[in-house]
Every structure is written in structure tokens, then in C-alpha cells.
Design a protein around this ligand. Structure first.
Ligand code: HT7
Ligand code: ZN
Length: 871
């Protein structure tokens, strides 16, 4: 496969002012007629080069230029599209082709999901619908007519409905017109037998917008939360960014077969059902929260992505990083800010840091790709959002808003670059972000090594910060980053020390050199530093805290995030000790200080239960693995299992007490307080069950039998699956399935829980689960639940010493690649990180990967990931 390079970007040769599409929908043969008003791009230079239109898997019938039919010798049909010689600078091109939605299992282009037609065009799916310059810097006004039989009464596309009627043959049609020029990746079409809920949003300027959520009839009662979230997002974007919605209608459609979470098509967002449908009986708290944030995310794209879009796909983080930052702030404003930050940083540290340290490491603006779908990564999204957050930290909220206002004003209706975003921030604030730009071009997670000195005689305290960044593929030498480093100093009473004349107890130091010294004067005693508050930059900080200092920060730091972070450092230290003891064959003992600290935290009623819950969780196996120089999976599992057992035995009374106190019956509401209390309660339940005592398992059974919401029900099921008697587990699994088998979202959760169970999740169980009627290899949600659950969340079973977990994943990748390359290339990732493993596991993982590599013709998607990880 070819590699595309950012340095080779050229403006498009031709522009398309108008795109008229006409679809006649049929499962096997859908007819597509396109009429394009094309002109030479004045910015592309002289002459009239051939017009190239992308096209993949299309059956071409005819091409007409200015009304004259071309013969097949007048143009060239190539594997990747059509090349048409051009003689005039402006012309109308008409194309007739057909496609086969029923056979389309890649879920890109036009496909069928439970008899519903739907599209997914980002990044390069439109070329699977018709021949077109399928690149985001070609923006066009679209008009779309959809003709379909009566089985598909709802026919939707972007913009406003401008006509509808009946055809003579009994079919019907609807015509849509989108007044905003857009790239083809934002095109959408939906046709099905759908119901909808409707509401109205009145914008700040008093315009009424019709809001509709479409779904199959059986799910119509599951749309309220998404509708509420949408209205909250619309209001929030007006208040925080001054951005109003621009069409008279905003539609959302839920589909069961979808490669990602959702898609921001102009005026017609398409959502994975799992990211939009919820009811208290069927959705967990985390599903409610996920829906709120994804509904917000897709809505926010209307400005950061649609009104101002990307020039090319290397600029993906321009819209994704910015929009993730926007949705994170939206969730933080509506819920608990500290908990949201902890969750996001945990994801980043565990998974994005692993990506940065792996074979596919890339900057947030990659330099090259074989398959762009492989670059919808945590780096582009989550690290991209951290980069935008750092700009926010450096400029302050008002400065950032000035910058975003200028960005939207300057570039409205245009396809632009990350550089344009940074320049708008600079120009609006008269600052120089030259060095900061390295965050866009350099990959890898920077490391800050911090040491300190205190001179008692002068009262001078010095922080010495050294920055470095590990080598990543194709990037050996890194230049220093510009890092906003939020910090404070605590005195021996735990109070914040004033750090400047204004008395601020927190500063944002700007680190720009590879080594820098910061001096603080007038101190009476040696202070305790609180570093990288709020995780002000996506870096690793190394500072040699003692256990005592960490305990002090846990109870005194004014920065909630750093209180939690101190607990993590504390737990990491304890678990590292356990790991070493295990490796040396010594008997294991959990640090008594950790037990005391956790008891105090568990019993501290002043602390937000959400924070208590986050601390109690202990770092996951994956985050311990990410911190390891060389991963010893067996030792990690042994250490963590031992730590959890020790904690549960030592704190059994306290756990029971808090469980009982939090086990209150009340009507379900997904508000921050109730979510926090349910979370802590269910963590207590899980710890209790770790002891496998009859009492604890009775509690789980009782909660399973009487739970009034899915959060409690799922937590109880998980406890029964993972601990205690197999017979009870089996019973609970059957009972749960019988109760919920008609509900797709609950069934997905049921599949995932079994695949993630360290106890039951043995390979044979997983293989049996894949034969269950609830499983479907063509449905990405089910694949993510079972295969993804096993490979990404069942650390113990996936890393079994015999390598069977890796072999299984390799088999699935080979099978999936023929159906859905995008999904296959995600599933393969856990076995691509083989170089980080110690002992025989590395060899076994590599062997599985080699088997994929040698299994015959691979998609571009899988080829890129596999070949880069075998270098
Ligand atoms: N912008 C959307 C990206 C997306 C996507 C990309 C590749 C393949 C399938 C896809 N579905 C959606 C989602 C978002 O970030 O909002
Ligand atoms: Zn997005």
C-alpha cells in the first residue's frame, strides 16, 4: 500500500460548487446519479490537468460532460477512481453508478444495519458511494433526493427538506438541500422504518430549532437522556463559546452497526445505538455519562469541524482535539470537574501513553499514513485535547475565548490547518507560540525529572526540572517542548505557601528549556511540592516522594486532582514492591501504611464519594504495565490480586459499613451525587466479594435480585460472575440474559462482562460465547464486547503464559479483516506491543502477529499496523 505524506499536500485541481445526488435504494443494487458543477481551482495554477475522482467498489454505467455522453475510451477507470481529460475550466459532469449496500460489511459508504440504510463517509467513505473528489478541502452545496419503497418511510439527508412525493411505481421520494457548503465526509443519508421523538430549542437570538431523534420503534422510550443532553450542549456552546446552531433542524439517528461512537454529519448526526439510547432500567451510569459527552461532542463539531473543517486528514486533531477539549469541559461543567479530569487522565496515562510508547506512535498531527482510519487514535483525540487545554492554560479562559472567536470568524466556511488554529490564538493574544508548535510535530510522552534543594540559611527553595522525550518511530532527536507546569508548595501544616507578591498559592511555570531552575525566596522551612496540578500537561513527572510525603499530599493538597494522584503514586509504590517480591519468590505483604491510608479514606465522610471511589480502585493492571520498563504480566496480576485481597480482608468491616450506608433506595437519576454514591457502593460490594465470603456473596445476590437500575444490577452480576460459586454465576448469567435478551444494549453489556471476567473469561468460554445467538461478527459492538473485552480488559486471561490469548486474537483479526478492516485493525493492537513484554510472552505475541502478517492479502488498515509493529 502507498504512503501519503503531509509534505506532499497540494490544493485541489478542481472545485465542486454544487453536488446533486439522486439515490434509488435497493438492498443489492442501489442506483446513484450524481450531477456535479465543477470549475478549475484558481489557486491550482495554469493548464487543465485531467480531473481525478475517487471511487472504490463502484459499478460505473455512464459519464456525461456538459450533457454529452462520454464513451469508455474518453476516460480511464483506475482501481482507485476515474481520470477524465478536461478541456474547459467550468463544466457539468453527470455520473451514473450502482452500489451494493447489502454486501457492504465494512460499514463505510452506504450500508444496511437491521434493514435500515445508513452512511458513514468520514474519512474516505464517500468514494464508496460515487465518484467524487473525496477530500475535505473540496466543499460543495449538496442537494439529495432519496427514492425508496414504502418499507422505508423515513428518508433523511443533510439540511432542510425541500420536497417529497410519490413515484408512479408506488415508491416515494424526499429531497433535501443543505445550504452550507461541506466536504463529502459530512454527507449522510438514512432510510428506514423509524420512529422519532421531537423537541424544540430556542437559540439565544430567538430562532426555533426542531430537534428529532430517530430510532426503531422498540427503542423510542430510550431517547430522553440524549435529547436533554443535546439541549444542554446547545445552551453550553452559546454560553461558553458564543456559538449558535445554524440550521432549522437537527436530527440524530441511532444505528446498531457502527464502527465508532457517532458521526457529526451536517444536521444529521448518526450515532452508534450504544452512544445514544438509555433508560434507567437498561443503561448504567457510565452509559448515561458517555451519552451526554458524545452527544455534546458531535453537536460541538457543528462549529469545530463542520463550519470550520480540516484542509486534509493530517489536520484531524484540529477538529478532534479541539472538540474533545470542548466536550470534556462541557461534562466537567455539568458534573464533577475533578472526577471528569481523573477519568480522562487515567485513560490518557493508561492507553495514550502506551500508544506513544508503541510501534504506531505519531504526533497529534501525523506526517504520513497508509490508511487514515488508523489515525483516529487516542493521540489525535485525547492528547490533541490536552494540547488545546495547554493553550487554554497558557492564555487563560478569556484569552482562549478571544482566540477561538478569532479562529471561527477568520475561518468560517473554510478548510484549514492546525497552524491556522495556533495562529488565531497567537494573534488574538499577541503571544508567540513558536516553540509550543512542537506539540503538533513531535511524538512521544515527555518526561520531567524534578529535583529540589532548600537552603535553610537563605530561605531559598529551588526546583530543578529536566525534560526529555523518548525516541519514537522515525523521530530520534526531540527538541524541548513548551510545557505549562502548574504547581504549588505546601508548608508543614499543609497550607499553600504564597508564591508571588499577589499571594497566589499556585503558579503555572513555563518550562521551555531542557533544564531549568525555578527559585522561590523567603521560605521558613523546606516545603513539599505539589507538581503538575490538574495534570496541566500530558507528561510524566518523576519526583522522589517518600510514602510519608504522599500521605501528606493525599490529605492536604488543595488540588483535588493531585490528592488523587498522590494516592496513585502511593499505590504504584506498594504494587511495585509486591511485584518485586513475587519475582524474587518472597512472601508478599501489602504495605501497612497503604492499608491505614485506605481505611482513613474509606471512612472519611467529608471527602466526595466520587474521589473516595477513584482512590479505592487501585491502578489497573494496564496502567501498571504502562509504567513498567519490561512488562511481567504474571507478576502484575499476582501483585494486584494480592493487594486487593489484602485490602478487602483488612477493611471488611469498614467496607460493610459504607456499603450499608450508601445502599439507599431512591428513584434513579444520573446526577453527579447519585452516580458517585452508587459507584462507591458498588466498589465496596466488589471488594467484599473478593473475600468470597458467604455474607458478601449474599449481598451481591440480593442486589442482583432487587436492583432498581442497571448500574446496580450490572455491578451485582459482575460480582457474581467474578467471585464465588460457579453454579451461582451460571444461574445469574442465564437469568440476566432471559430478562434482557430483547435489548441490544444490555446484551452487549452481558457479553462484555463474561469476556472480561478473569475467572470465567478463559478462552473456551469466550469461544462458546461467540457461538451464542447474541454474538455477531459483523457487528462491531459485539466484537468490541467479546474480543475487545478479552484482549483489552481481561489482562490475566489474555496474557496466559501458553500464548493462547494471542493466537485467538490473531485468528479473529484474520477473520475480521475480510469483513471489516477498520475493526480488524483495532482488534490487532494489543498484540502489536510485543516489544514491551519480558520473557516468553514477547516471542509468543510476535509469533501470533507474524501469523496475521503471513495470512494472505491484508487490508491496508491491518497491513499498516502489523507491518509497522514488526519493524
Ligand atoms: N468524526 C467522527 C469520526 C468517525 C469515524 C472515523 C473513521 C471511521 C468511522 C467513523 N465514524 C465516526 C467521530 C467523532 O470524532 O466525532
Ligand atoms: Zn469528533
Amino acid at each position: 500500500p502507498n504512503t501519503t505524506y503531509l509534505k506532499d499536500y497540494r490544493v485541489p485541481d478542481y472545485l465542486v460548487d454544487n453536488t446533486d445526488l439522486h439515490f434509488e435504494l435497493e438492498a443489492k443494487v442501489t442506483q446513484v446519479r450524481t450531477r456535479l458543477k465543477i470549475r478549475r481551482n484558481p489557486k491550482a495554477g495554469d493548464g487543465l490537468p485531467p480531473l481525478f475522482l475517487d471511487g472504490v467498489d463502484l459499478q460505473l454505467f455512464s459519464v456525461t460532460l456538459d450533457g454529452i455522453a462520454l464513451s469508455s475510451t474518453d476516460y480511464q477507470e483506475l482501481p482507485q477512481g476515474l481520470s477524465i481529460p478536461v478541456e474547459k475550466p467550468e463544466f457539468v459532469l453527470e455520473i451514473h453508478n450502482s452500489i451494493n449496500p447489502e454486501e457492504n460489511t465494512s460499514l463505510e459508504g452506504l450500508y444496511l444495519s437491521n434493514k435500515m440504510y445508513c452512511t458513514q463517509c468520514e474519512a474516505e467513505g464517500f468514494r464508496k458511494i460515487t465518484f467524487y473528489p473525496d477530500r475535505p478541502d473540496v466543499m460543495s452545496k449538496f442537494t439529495t433526493t432519496i427514492v425508496a419503497s414504502k418499507d422505508h418511510p423515513v428518508l433523511l439527508s443533510n439540511g432542510n427538506e425541500i420536497g417529497r412525493g410519490h413515484c408512479e411505481d408506488g415508491r416515494q421520494f424526499v429531497t433535501w438541500e443543505d445550504p452550507f457548503p461541506k466536504p463529502a465526509y459530512l454527507f449522510a443519508l438514512v432510510a428506514g422504518n423509524l420512529e422519532h421523538v421531537e423537541d424544540v430549542f430556542t437559540t439565544a437570538r430567538g430562532r426555533k430549532v426542531k430537534l428529532q431523534i430517530f430510532t426503531e420503534a422498540k427503542n423510542i422510550g430510550k431517547c430522553d437522556h440524549a435529547m436533554r443532553s443535546l439541549k444542554n450542549a446547545m445552551r453550553w456552546d452559546e454560553e461558553v463559546y458564543g456559538r449558535e446552531y445554524d440550521l432549522d433542524i437537527f436530527m440524530v439517528v441511532a444505528v446498531d452497526h457502527f464502527n465508532m461512537g457517532a458521526m457529526e454529519n451536517k444536521g444529521l448526526n448518526i450515532f452508534n445505538s450504544a452512544c445514544v439510547l438509555a433508560s434507567p432500567e437498561t443503561a448504567t451510569d457510565s452509559a448515561f455519562q458517555r451519552i451526554e459527552s458524545i452527544v455534546g461532542h458531535e453537536y460541538f463539531h457543528n462549529w469545530s469541524g463542520n463550519r470550520v473543517t480540516c484542509r486534509d486528514w493530517f489536520q484531524l486533531s484540529l477538529k478532534e482535539g479541539f472538540t474533545v477539549f470542548r466536550d470534556a469541559e462541557f461534562s466537567a461543567d455539568l458534573n464533577s470537574r475533578a472526577v471528569k479530569r481523573i477519568e480522562d487522565v487515567t485513560l490518557l496515562r493508561t492507553n495514550q501513553f502506551a500508544e506513544d510508547a508503541g510501534p504506531m506512535a505519531h504526533p497529534i498531527r501525523p506526517d504520513s499514513y497508509m490508511e487514515i482510519s488508523n489515525f483516529y487514535t487516542l493521540t489525535v483525540y485525547e492528547k490533541g485535547a490536552e494540547v488545546v487545554r495547554m493553550i487554554h492554560t497558557l492564555l487563560g479562559a478569556d484569552g482562549f475565548r478571544k482566540g477561538s472567536d478569532l479562529y471561527f470568524e477568520r475561518h468560517d466556511g473554510c478548510a484549514v490547518t492546525c497552524e491556522d488554529f495556533v495562529r488565531a490564538m497567537e494573534d488574538a493574544n499577541q503571544v508567540d507560540l513558536t516553540q509550543f508548535r512542537r506539540w503538533y510535530s513531535q511524538a512521544g510522552t515527555p518526561v520531567l525529572d524534578v529535583t529540589d534543594q532548600f537552603d535553610e540559611s537563605t530561605g531559598v527553595y529551588r526546583l530543578i526540572v529536566r525534560q526529555s522525550c523518548p525516541v519514537t518511530p522515525e523521530q530520534k532527536d526531540k527538541l524541548p517542548f513548551h510545557i505549562p507546569f502548574a504547581m504549588g508548595l505546601l508548608d508543614s501544616t499543609g497550607s499553600g505557601i504564597a508564591l508571588d507578591k499577589a499571594g497566589s498559592t499556585q503558579l503555572v511555570l513555563e518550562i521551555t528549556e531542557s533544564e531549568q531552575v525555578f527559585e522561590f525566596n523567603g521560605l521558613r522551612e523546606r516545603p513539599l511540592p505539589s507538581l503538575l496540578r490538574g495534570f496541566s500537561a500530558p507528561v510524566k513527572v518523576r519526583y522522589d516522594y517518600s510514602l510519608e510525603q504522599l500521605l501528606f499530599l493525599m490529605s492536604h493538597d488543595s488540588d483535588t486532582f493531585n490528592r488523587w494522584d498522590a494516592s496513585q503514586r502511593f499505590a504504584f509504590k506498594a504494587m511495585n514492591q509486591l511485584q518485586s517480591a513475587y519475582q524474587e519468590g518472597l512472601s508478599l505483604e501489602l504495605s501497612p501504611e497503604l492499608i491505614v491510608a485506605y481505611r482513613n479514606i474509606l471512612l472519611n465522610k467529608e471527602l466526595d464519594p466520587a474521589l473516595v471511589a477513584e482512590i479505592m480502585l487501585l491502578p489497573s493492571e494496564h496502567s501498571i504495565a504502562e509504567e513498567s520498563v519490561s512488562i511481567d504480566a504474571e507478576a502484575i496480576v499476582a501483585a494486584r490480586t494480592f493487594a486487593r485481597k489484602s485490602l478487602s480482608c483488612a477493611l471488611i468491616d469498614e467496607l460493610k459499613e459504607r456499603y450499608a450506608e450508601l445502599d439507599i433506595e431512591r428513584p434513579y437519576s444520573p446526577n453527579a451525587k447519585d452516580i458517585a454514591e452508587r459507584r462507591l457502593k458498588n466498589i465496596c460490594l466488589e471488594y467484599l466479594c473478593v473475600t468470597e465470603s458467604a455474607d458478601a456473596l449474599d449481598l451481591a445476590q440480593c442486589q442482583f435480585d432487587s436492583a432498581g437500575n442497571m448500574t446496580d444490577s450490572a455491578a451485582a452480576l459482575s460480582a457474581l460472575i467474578n467471585y464465588g460459586n460457579d453454579q451461582y454465576a451460571e444461574q445469574a448469567i442465564h437469568q440476566f440474559y432471559d430478562r434482557w435478551k430483547e435489548d441490544t444494549q444490555v446484551t452487549e453489556l452481558w457479553l462484555a462482562q463474561q469476556a472480561c471476567s478473569a475467572k470465567r473469561g478463559t478462552l473456551n468460554n469466550i469461544k462458546a460465547l461467540m457461538q451464542h445467538p447474541a454474538f455477531e461478527l459483523k457487528n462491531p459492538n459485539k466484537v468490541r464486547a467479546v474480543i475487545g473485552g478479552f484482549a483489552n480488559r481481561n489482562f490475566q486471561q489474555f496474557h496466559k503464559n501458553d500464548g493462547s490469548g494471542f493466537e485467538f486474537v490473531a485468528d479473529q483479526v484474520i477473520a475480521l479483516d475480510k469483513l471489516n478492516p477498520q475493526v480488524a485493525s483495532r482488534v490487532v493492537i494489543p498484540i502489536t506491543r510485543w516489544k514491551k513484554y519480558s520473557g516468553e510472552l514477547a516471542g509468543k505475541m510476535k509469533a501470533a502477529l507474524l501469523r496475521v502478517s503471513n495470512s494472505g492479502e491484508l487490508s491496508k488498515d491491518v497491513y499498516e499496523v502489523v507491518s509497522k509493529s514488526l519493524v
